[in-house]
Design a protein around this ligand. Structure first.
Ligand code: ADP
Ligand code: MG
Length: 786
């Protein structure tokens, strides 16, 4: 005879399983009521009572009933209703009284953000409490123990904090400026800090200011100095103790800033938001349990003010999971009417052969395979939505041209959209050369045309007097009326927007998206929603890979000496400056400074500058002049990443290469080696730790985008706590497609599970989830527009 506790245990297990499975009534064959009618439940009439009618209850009612039943099965002490929380309340975050707590949609104006605070938050695009709560730090720094400089080895990174005592500026030679400052730490240590070639820093250095500096230590015998890479000024008006304690002595979040908005302020805002937020969680408890997720409040505290690594990591996991969950929900909800009718083309082999016969080369095996995949889609009556992924120069554009030709042969018009005007121009030239000889009429529609030219082109499109039109995204968005649009090809960047809006495209053309960003298949499926994926995994024969060399910045002059020899041979060079994530103005200044330096170092060279803050037309004009060889060296921030062909450019110098992701370096490198000349990529690394070397060596040794993407991901150590954001997906702030396979799969599973029960999220218990989904979708839509 089993004892009563044994029986209780036996009954409890299937009930716990039921809870784990989300109250689907599938944990027990035949349902819970059947179980209750059986012998196991006999000795427990109250439990039986609690679960009466279970099969017919709603999810919420089931949860309630089951919790009650499980409580009854607890011997003696009632179960806690939620799991114990770990280090929940950060001492830094005083809880406001319950009555003053606000929901996530509360407008920021309902709270006090200090003088001018509301304006600053609005300037960052933050409008609601939710926005501030989910304005995550871009990265985290461990400032728990700020070491004494004396203990730090040469070349190591360190963060110090202290009060500025004095500053001096020297210029040892033309084009070189050194700013020195002395800081006194709270322990009385005096620290010498140095900024090289960053004169704009000086105005931020007031004597008596409390500073936090991060940089690398250089030792000269006994003395040490800090080469500053990152600086924060603590807001002294707010009293140092309170303000200091959220910025030092702990793991500290570093936010995306803007001029005049300090890290200190952003941290304080997060603190206020946390203290005033109600502790609601849009994700019901049993699903959190099922997916092993911490609750939302703990997660938000952990991302802004982690108490330790474990806290940060569970916070990061939860919030990343949510990003994918909402992404999946959004896509699943959108994909409801799965089969969209598109165009039906004949797309014959004969036409493909005719196209290829006109080329100065033969398609590679990979191009041919992808082309067949595309032709298959085009022949089907379903609307094509296919992504062609292939490294820079793998021949995507040639394949797209062929697809456009197939559309043309069936009497349809085609559109080719590029993210920028200059790329549109480049595609236009290419399409002319591919298609004009075959009798295809190719047109160009970009903002830079005169109003008259534009109107003419629009009329031509509407009257069907042009077959293929190349342009920017405006081609299919604005008042362009197509006589008969059959195929829209989209190059890079706007991929997501287009994929999701494809059902809105007038006339339902088939859609082909091209991208050079390597994304593993399973991830692509998620990230690109309902896009099918084709990969061109082979380069055309006869390419000489770009020779890549890693140099320490001490050898910079050598690098530029080499650039000069290339220029003397009539070539041109790109020079890309470091990414300064905190502040785009600084990035601009850094680029300007570098261009000035180069004018001193390379007096013979003609040098010009391109940066992200320029108006599009100005960028285009500079690129045009560079292509036309009006100058020799283009210094730029990362804006050139998106592919512009300058065949005569044979060198790419990347300064502070260690600050870039490997995939990004790979993309940048792809800007050279597009002509016939042998090409070079010089990675100048400011930091030369073992780890950095190892990472950058991968780029030196490989030209395969996939290999690089994977290696990048493996090498991203926990030291970086989180990788750079490279996904380009508006839904993802934390999520990193390269490394989140497992979490994506889990989130997707849960999303499917949720929708299989409640296809439109109408259950009252899911109202929080629905609201959050709505809010996030609006955000995404907003970000897609700007
Ligand atoms: P992507 O769009 O992938 O960057 P493109 O289609 O622009 O690549 O091709 C890059 C260059 O290679 C172009 O000059 C193109 O003419 C050439 N090319 C494309 N396919 C082949 C091929 N199969 N064999 C030789 N050259 C090719
Ligand atoms: Mg291309």
């Amino acid at each position: 005879m089993p004892t009563l506790p044994e029986l209780r245990d036996k009954l409890r297990r299937p009930l716990e399983l039921e809870r784990l499975r989300g109250f689907e009534n599938k944990a027990v064959a035949g349902g819970l009521e059947k179980l209750m009618d059986g012998p196991l439940a006999g000795p427990f009439p109250k439990v039986r009572e609690a679960l009466r009618g279970y099969d017919d209850l709603s999810l919420a009612e089931r949860e309630e009933a089951l919790e009650a039943a499980l409580n009854l099965l607890q011997d003696g002490s009632p179960r806690p209703s939620s799991p114990p929380k770990v280090a929940r309340q950060d001492p830094q975050i005083p809880a406001a009284p319950a009555g003053s707590r606000l929901g996530p949609s509360a407008p920021l104006a309902q709270l006090d953000w200090g003088h001018g605070g509301l304006k600053k938050l609005n300037a960052l695009g933050l409008q609601t409490l939710r926005d501030v709560l989910h304005n995550y730090p871009r990265r985290h720094e461990d400032r728990r123990a700020l070491p004494s400089l004396a203990e730090i080895e040469d070349g190591q990174k360190a963060t110090v904090s202290g009060v500025l005592i004095s500053k001096t500026r020297t210029s040892p030679r033309p084009g070189m400026q050194i700013l020195n400052a002395v800081l006194q730490t709270s322990s009385g240590e005096r620290i010498k800090a140095t900024w090289f070639n960053q004169p704009w820093v000086e105005k931020n250095l007031r004597e008596g200011a409390k500073l936090i500096l991060t940089g690398r230590v250089k030792r000269f015998g006994k003395s040490a100095q800090l080469g500053v890479e990152y600086m924060e000024t603590l807001d002294s008006s707010s009293g140092n103790s309170a303000s200091g304690s959220i910025s030092i002595g702990r793991i500290v979040g570093v936010y995306d800033g803007k001029d005049g908005i300090s890290q200190d302020f952003l941290r304080k805002s997060a603190q206020i938001a946390l203290s005033r937020s109600d502790d609601g969680d849009y994700l019901p408890g049993h699903w959190r349990k099922q997916c092993n997720l911490t609750d939302l409040t703990d997660a938000l505290q952990g991302i802004h003010f982690p108490s330790d690594e474990a806290h940060l990591s569970r916070a990061d996991y939860r919030l990343r999971f949510d990003e994918y969950l909402f992404l999946e929900l959004r896509m699943l909800l959108q994909g409801e009417d799965a089969v969209l009718l598109g165009k039906r083309f004949t797309a014959t082999d004969r036409d493909m052969q005719d196209f290829e016969a006109g080329l100065p080369f033969q398609f590679t095996g990979a191009q041919r395979r992808v082309l067949y995949e595309i032709a298959d889609d085009m022949r089907s009556e379903q609307q094509m939505a296919r992504l062609v992924q292939g490294d820079v120069g793998s021949g995507k554009t040639a394949v797209a041209a062929c697809a456009l030709y197939l559309a043309f042969k069936d009497g349809y018009q085609g559109a080719l959209m590029a993210p920028t005007e200059i790329l549109a121009r480049q595609h236009y030239v290419n399409m002319q050369s591919y298609l004009a000889p075959l009798g295809v009429r190719v047109g160009l529609l970009i903002g830079a045309l005169t109003p008259k030219q534009k109107a003419e082109m629009q009329a031509t499109i509407a009257n069907g007097l042009v077959d293929i039109v190349v342009g920017t995204q405006a081609l299919i968005q604005e008042n362009v009326t197509w006589a008969n649009l059959g195929l829209a090809v989209v190059d890079e960047e706007h991929r997501f927007g287009v994929a999701q809006r494809r059902k809105l495209l007038a006339g339902r053309p088939d859609v082909l998206v091209m991208s050079a960003t390597p994304i593993p298949r399973s991830l692509a499926l998620t990230a690109y929603g309902d896009l099918e994926l084709s990969i061109i995994d082979e380069l055309p024969p006869g390419r000489t890979p770009v020779e890549t060399k890693l140099l320490q910045d001490t050898h910079r002059t050598q690098a530029y000496g080499f650039v000069m020899t290339q220029l003397r041979e009539g070539r041109q060079a790109f020079v890309v400056t470091a990414l300064i994530e905190e502040n785009e103005n600084l990035e601009l200044l850094a680029a300007t400074q570098l261009a000035d330096d180069l004018r001193v170092i390379l007096p013979e060279a003609r040098i010009d500058l391109l940066h992200g803050k320029m108006p599009a037309a100005e960028k285009d004009a500079i690129m045009e002049r560079f292509r036309a060889q009006a100058f020799d060296i283009l210094v730029s921030t990362t804006v050139i990443e998106v592919g512009v062909d300058v065949p005569n450019a044979s060198v790419m110098v990347i300064e502070n290469a260690e600050r870039f992701g490997l995939s990004q370096l790979h993309q940048l490198r792809g800007r050279v080696g597009r002509g016939s000349a042998k090409s070079y990529c010089l990675l100048v690394a400011g930091e030369h730790s073992q780890k950095t070397r190892k990472r950058l060596k991968i780029i030196e040794g490989s030209t395969d985008g996939f290999v690089i993407a994977e290696a990048d991901l493996k090498l991203r150590g926990p030291g970086e706590i989180r990788g750079t954001r490279q996904s380009g997906i508006p839904d993802l702030k934390l999520g990193d497609l390269a490394s989140d396979v497992e979490i994506i799969e889990r989130a997707r599973e849960l999303a499917k599970h949720i929708l299989s029960h409640d296809p439109v999220l109408k259950h009252p218990r899911l109202s929080g989830l629905r609201e959050e989904l709505q809010a996030r979708s609006n955000q995404v839509a907003y970000r897609e527009v700007i």
